[in-house]
Design a protein around this ligand. Structure first.
Ligand SMILES: Cc1ncc(COP(=O)(O)O)c(C=O)c1O
Length: 1017
């Protein structure tokens, strides 16, 4: 349709208000709205209802408006739950009115309900949820319009993907020859694939312009935004139905590092509502590219008319980038990706190939001299959670791994070692293409072949006859080494391939691509480590049903997020090897199976972190790895003090447990050595140690000590404190007894305010805050004779990563001692150098407790707890009753404890906590200027709290926002948690080996998340 683009006169706002009153009987205010040709107004009625008044350009005809009104009516009837604009009838019952304008032209007027929301283009983030919801919305829209008919939809539009051929005559406007060539290739594909298929595709009326300014998105605070509506139905046209999805997917692909993945998410959402046909799935890739091609050619043409229009150039750049990236993807691979995203068998040919191979398997020739079907074999667990590999990457070094495999095979008498197909492995550290050196980028982890470990030089035979399709020397590290690919065909002529990697170069000499290789003919021999991509000698054997243009670069390992796609391209090669299934140990349970088993076997009150639970199977230094091999930066688990699975600690435990583990009724030097080390780190008179298996047990002992020493019972505790999971400790933990399921305070427990100088009664600006917070302790002691002890964390962690005001504990301890009670310091969360400036939390307050309780990080994860006290208090406890803990102080636990202290000292971890934590605190404090949501940043060393508030004056806790932030951090690969009475404090307590780069990554990721709509607006 041609429309006159001369601007039409705009009505004044008061004219718009008058029109609304006259035509619709509404009393409103009016604001102008953008509109290319027509004049649009946002009206707000006195009762709060909102509308869009549309005064059309004089060249618009009645049918054009009527078409939209009818379509919107159909949508209101068929998709009532969706928030599309509704057409508002006038006082006279008609939906379209006409008025003369100032220039004497006739203007059509109609009115719609106003749909709230923000243009998707300005919404952050454009993540999977948003993109899927976009597809879902369009699916509902198109489903509702499938049989909609209106003469107005027979428009001829340049944006109609069934008519994209017009760009041919405009190619000369694309000045850059490289880009012009790209458009020419796109056009050639359009001509060859799309045009001939058009008559075979579904046709219906579609919106045809689901661009990211017409799409509206939004959602409740602290939730990911979703696409909620679509406006501007003026480009509706009857055309290929799938055009709707292709247009939206083209916009979704803009500014995405993986445009295909973004487009596939939209397709996934669409397909769930309106299932796509195989043919539509096959044409999505060229159609998305067609939309981008039309865009860039249109921009190039517009530039010749309006040379410096910045709007044109701004939208053009991402379209070129997306087009280039999409073109780089092999068309069949793109089709398979869309099929995978929509739950179809990704590679249709695979079913035929596997069915045929099943028939052939019995007749296949043995691939090695040893018959793997019958000979003794050993299956190796090379998965992320493999106990054979362990977490230390050194074990993956080729020679070490070769030796380990050879030794295990020698011991078991196996002739061939087997590495499994579809196994998620930690071995391939090379990031995915384009991922840069981001430590959290997705790695390729899923093994697509079967490994057959055998000595270098072993002969390899062709199980089936074929012709050589690829010969290459993939000599890069972690690659296949010299490899050969054979092409085969099923009985029906469906081609497929078999790949043999890690051969010896010499054994392939003389071979040529195109040569025939007979059934059972020797292909080559296994190469040695040096020519083998750095792997132990083995054959990597893989089946491939479509080389997707990758030839020698066809991957042997795929990212877990694309597991369905690649395992469909490379089915299980055991189809040809025929190793009996019972010789493979079962694959590890999936995340869903693990979750279900846990729910049925374990108590429901065990909580699970994050909206999307994680199945963690490996830990190394500051990283945890899930069962897909994805790495997460651990910033909140304070137990692995010196890093997960620190080799020195692991070795100390292993060595001792392999020699002796027994109880304290025998003399042993470990317990003495450890007691001496630990008490040596404390000031006098803290010289006597008790060892237990957990901090809970240690707190129990601390209470017994205090009660035995004072012959009293009562306890003074802080609000929201937590000290452990036993009966008595729940009784002294307001976090529990006042929390969900709690049974309230016992009479002997006395709770004093948490000295929180951000949120509490006395604030940081008050130099007397410490003394003032101590007064309630004095008051209780004055009123109550039976107080045995005051117990508190020296920096309350569960209470919200609180830093006590200066002088607080000095005052409190003085009151407590004056009343004849004792002071217990719970150092379970903060001890062992984490605070950077001091080794223990009590030192930051310049006090010496009577009893110190230790746990959590003390054994770097090995169950261990300790109490350190004075000789005097210990003697009060020695009243004739034996103190015995079966495991407490055992030689293994003490070996772990000693190793942890060694590492903290030798690696200078306290100093690292001070430096890295200090810098991180400053950087986080810097974020406060940009993000009002951050109310406070506090802490010491690598013990940091970031408190989120909705209002810096009222301090209204931003609890939902904090939950959003930690869940988004988890999605981005960073594990953090919340704490505090309102669960609005981000707790940051990483292993003390945390580096400046880790801290930077955390701060930058946090900042990016705080920019997102859910928390920024
Ligand atoms: C301050 C404090 N004390 C004691 C404990 C009890 O430790 P455990 O669970 O190791 O017994 C905890 C555990 O979270 C704690 O945070």
């Amino acid at each position: 349709m041609h429309i006159d683009t001369h601007p039409a006169p705009r009505l004044s706002l008061s004219d718009a208000v008058a029109l609304a009153r006259r035509l619709y009987g509404l009393s409103t205010t009016a604001e102008p709205l953008a509109g290319e040709y027509d004049s649009n107004y946002h009206l707000t009625a006195a009762d709060g209802r909102e509308f869009v008044l549309k005064v059309m350009h004089p060249s618009r005809d009645h049918g054009f408006v009527e078409m939209q009104c009818q379509a919107l009516r159909v949508l209101a009837e068929r998709a009532p739950a969706l928030t599309f604009p509704r057409v508002m009838p006038g006082l006279d019952g008609s939906v379209i009115a006409s008025i003369p304008d100032a220039a004497g032209a006739t203007r059509l007027v109609w009115m719609l309900s106003y749909v709230p929301g923000r243009p998707m283009a300005t919404v952050r983030p454009h993540g999977p949820a948003l993109l899927t919801s976009l597809g879902t919305l369009l699916g509902h829209l198109d489903a509702a319009l499938l049989d909609f008919r209106h003469p107005g939809t027979d428009q001829v539009l340049k944006w109609d993907l069934a008519r994209a051929g017009w760009v041919r005559d405009y190619l000369s406007h694309v000045k850059d020859p490289r880009r012009r060539a790209l458009v020419e290739r796109c056009l050639a594909r359009y001509d060859a694939e799309v045009l001939p298929a058009l008559p075979t595709l579904r046709h219906s009326v579609i919106h045809n312009d689901a661009n990211d300014y017409n799409l509206l998105a939004g959602g409740p605070r602290a939730e990911l935004p979703l696409v909620t509506s679509l406006i501007d139905f003026g480009d509706m046209v009857k055309t290929i139905t799938v055009g709707e999805l292709a247009i939206a997917a083209a916009y979704a692909a803009l500014d995405q590092s993986d445009p295909l993945a973004a487009a596939a998410l939209v397709a996934h959402g669409y397909d769930q509502v309106l299932p796509l046909t195989d043919r539509e799935l096959a044409l999505l890739h060229p159609l998305v590219m067609t939309r981008l091609m039309v865009s860039v050619v249109n921009s190039a043409f517009r530039q010749t008319i309006v040379p410096d229009d910045p709007y044109v150039t701004i939208t053009e750049r991402p379209a070129w980038t997306a087009l280039e990236r999409l073109e780089a993807i092999t068309p069949s691979l793109a089709e398979y990706s869309f099929r995978a995203a929509c739950g179809r068998a990704p590679v249709p040919a695979t079913a035929k190939v596997t069915a045929w191979l099943e028939e052939q398997a019995a007749g296949a020739a043995s691939i090695l001299d040893v018959d793997v079907r019958t000979a003794p074999v050993q299956v190796f667990d090379l998965s992320v959670g493999s106990l054979f590999l362990g977490a230390d990457p050194e074990a993956l070094e080729a020679r070490r791994l070769s030796r380990a495999i050879a030794a295990a095979m020698e011991e078991s008498g196996a002739l061939v070692g087997i590495g499994r197909y579809d196994e998620v492995r930690p071995i391939y550290s090379a990031p995915q293409y384009g991922a840069g050196d981001d430590p959290l980028a997705e790695r390729r982890t899923v093994h697509l072949g079967i490994d057959l470990f055998a000595p270098a030089g072993a002969a390899v035979y062709a199980p089936l006859a074929g012709t050589i399709a690829v010969l290459a020397n993939n000599a890069r590290p972690q690659d296949y080494g010299p490899l050969l690919v054979l092409r085969h065909e099923t009985g029906e002529g469906v081609p497929f391939y078999s790949l043999y990697g890690h051969l010896s170069r010499r054994s392939l000499e003389g071979r040529r691509v195109g040569d025939r290789v007979e059934h059972g003919e020797q292909i080559g021999t296994l190469g040695a480590i040096e020519e083998n991509g750095g792997w132990p000698p083995h054959l990597h054997f893989q089946l491939i049903t479509d080389l997707v243009g990758l030839g020698a670069d066809f991957p042997g390992v795929a990212p877990a997020s694309q597991r369905r796609l690649w395992t469909s391209l490379s089915p299980d090669p055991n189809l040809l090897l025929g190793i009996p299934a019972q010789r493979f140990p079962g694959a590890p349970p999936s995340l869903e199976q693990t979750l279900a088993a846990r729910k049925s076997l374990l108590v429901g009150s065990l909580s699970i972190s994050y909206r999307e639970p994680l199945k963690i199977v490996r830990g190394w230094r500051q990283y945890l790895y899930d069962s897909d091999g994805r790495a997460y930066l651990d910033v909140f688990n304070n137990v692995p003090l010196v890093g997960h699975t620190h080799p020195r600690v692991v070795r100390a435990i292993q060595a001792q447990v392999a020699l002796l583990n027994t109880n304290t009724r025998y003399l042993h030097d470990n317990i003495n050595a450890y007691a001496s080390r630990l008490t040596g780190l404390m000031p006098a008179p803290l010289r006597v140690a008790f060892f237990l298996n957990s901090a809970s047990e240690a707190n129990e002992v601390a209470l017994r000590l205090a009660r035995a020493h004072t012959r009293r019972t009562g306890m003074i505790v802080l609000e929201h404190a937590y000290h452990g999971n036993t009966n008595t400790l729940v009784d002294i933990s307001p976090y529990k007894f006042d929390g969900k399921g709690g049974t309230g305070r016992k009479p002997w427990v006395h709770v004093v305010p948490i000295p929180d100088d951000y949120r509490g009664a006395y604030r940081r600006s008050d130099p007397e805050a410490g003394r003032r917070y101590a007064e309630p302790v004095a008051a209780i002691l004055a009123a109550e004779r039976d107080i045995a002890a005051y117990i508190a964390e020296t920096l309350p962690s569960v209470g919200g990563q609180v830093v006590l005001p200066p002088g607080y504990l000095r005052e409190v301890y003085a009151h407590v001692r004056a009343a004849g009670a004792v002071c217990i310091a719970d150092e379970v969360q903060v001890g062992f150098g984490r605070l950077g400036t001091h080794f223990w939390g009590f030192e930051t307050q310049g006090v010496v407790p009577d009893i110190v309780v230790l746990g959590k990080p003390i054994g770097n994860g090995f169950p261990l707890g300790a109490v350190v006290t004075t000789r005097e208090i210990a003697d009060s406890f020695t009243n004739g009753m034996e103190f015995f803990s079966t495991f407490g102080g055992n030689p293994v636990a003490c070996a772990a404890g000693i190793a942890v202290l060694d590492v903290v000292e030798d690696e200078g971890l306290q100093a690292n906590a001070r430096e890295v934590g200090g810098r991180m605190l400053a950087d986080l404090a810097g974020l406060m200027e940009r993000f009002p949501l951050i109310g406070d940043v506090r802490g010491s060393g690598l013990f940091i709290g970031v408190e989120l508030v909705r209002d810096r004056i009222t301090l209204e806790p931003a609890t939902a926002e904090a939950s959003y932030v930690v869940n988004r951090l988890r999605e981005r690969g960073i594990l953090a948690g919340t704490d505090g009475p309102h669960e609005n404090v981000l707790k940051i307590r990483p292993p003390l080996i945390f580096s400046h780069a880790d801290a930077r990554l955390f701060v930058e990721t946090l900042a990016a998340i705080l920019e997102e709509d859910a928390v920024a607006r």
